[in-house]
Design a protein around this ligand. Structure first.
Ligand SMILES: [Cu+2]
Length: 377
């Protein structure tokens, strides 16, 4: 190949592609560097600062596109303040004539020396190891497992070891005294891809993003008595709004008046328990039909689906544990705990069904084929 595209007074070459930008004229020039001849010029939006071609900085440039990275965008987009968007323009350079395809304004400074790589070179991690601190890149000392949530007061700090999972933040209530330092450590128990939860607390400047497996901490001084709601900021499932709780900050030295008593929480009855069990049986029927669909197809040929199925079975394992606990309490006539665990069982079923349906849709959209299913004798 003997041509290049230029775009600066002294120019910047995208190696192997022969493209240059011309700053003052606001142009991209394509030229034949063997013959010293200009092949084509394209006006772009002012003012071009850099160029980017697909893998243009490598020894084997690839693709048919160039992006003009322009510095200024006055008059082009709606003004939204002193900082105007920077305009990036996508150009097709495959033919004799370059062709402008697309404008992309972004609210950042114009990037320098940008590199474009093929999407299939990306091999990102899907989830962190459970309890991972992404800042120190090792297991967090604050990692918490399901059922091990606790509040510990140590060296003048209230440490909250909490967890988040669809669709619950544990603990739901945190009680501290005015002036105490509070350190909240949250572990996302999810293993499913893209199941990030958020955690925002009113008035305490706490706003966390907690990706699957991650443990993250936030520390603040609860310096004003009051009730501060916290909640998940990601729309993580249909039961997303269940993910909330309250920080209660008692006035310093507050003593409850005599006679003031906490009222008992809601008591579930056998009827509540039976109702939840019926819902769980119906949900299981949906799961079974989805599993039947998936296993009747060549799902093992689709790594995305295999990952979803693994996650789904993980969740179903948790579901089994909750079901056993619920049945154990019911056998003892403790319908309060039996109903709570039956509800937990259902939560895991919903997660399983959610992943199963995503897997089913993927198979339908990617032309999965039917396979022979061995019948159990
Ligand atoms: Cu959530």
């Amino acid at each position: 190949m003997c041509w290049q595209v230029w775009s600066r007074i002294l120019g910047m070459i995208q190696r192997g592609s022969g493209l240059h930008f011309i700053y003052v004229d606001s142009m991209v020039t394509k030229w034949d560097y063997c013959e010293g001849k200009v092949l084509d010029q394209l006006h772009i939006h002012y003012n071009i600062g850099h160029l980017l071609t697909m893998e243009g900085d490598s020894v084997s440039p690839d693709g048919k596109y160039l992006v003009a990275l322009n510095k200024l965008a006055i008059d082009r987009f709606n003004p939204v303040g002193p900082l105007h968007p920077q305009n990036h323009q996508l150009i097709d350079i495959s033919g004799d004539k370059m062709q402008l395809l697309y404008d992309m304004p972004i609210p950042l400074g114009e990037p320098h020396y940008v590199v474009a790589i093929k999407a299939d070179k990306l091999k990102p991690a899907v989830r962190y190891k459970s309890g991972w601190d992404s800042r120190t890149n090792k297991i967090s000392p604050w990692k918490t497992r399901a059922g091990r949530e606790k509040v510990v007061r140590k060296d003048g700090v209230v440490h909250v070891y909490g967890t988040v999972i669809r669709s619950h933040i544990t603990p739901e209530i945190i009680e501290v005294e005015e002036g105490e330092t509070v350190s909240i450590h949250l572990t996302n128990l999810e293993r499913a891809e893209d199941e990030t939860h958020g955690f925002a607390m009113y008035s305490q400047n706490v706003n966390l993003s907690i990706e699957p497996g991650k443990t993250v901490s936030a520390t603040f001084v609860a310096d004003k008595a009051g009730v501060y709601p916290y909640y998940c900021t990601e729309f993580c499932s249909a039961l997303h709004l269940e993910m909330q709780g309250y920080l209660l900050v008692k006035p310093k030295g507050y003593v409850a008046k005599t006679g003031a008593k906490m009222t008992e929480g809601q008591k579930y009855t056998k009827a509540d328990f039976d109702k939840q069990v019926k819902v769980n049986i119906d949900t299981q029927a949906i799961i079974n039909s989805v599993v039947a669909f998936i296993t009747a197809h060549n799902y093992k040929d689709f790594p995305e689906v295999v990952a979803l199925v693994e996650d789904a079975f993980d969740q179903l394992g948790f579901a089994e544990e909750s079901k056993k606990k619920s049945e154990g309490y019911a056998a003892k006539g403790d319908y309060q705990n039996a109903t709570l665990w039956a509800g937990q069982h259902w939560q895991y079923q919903v997660k399983t069904a959610d992943m199963g349906l995503r897997a089913k849709t993927f198979l339908e959209e990617h032309g999965a084929k039917k396979v022979e299913v061995k019948k159990a004798k």
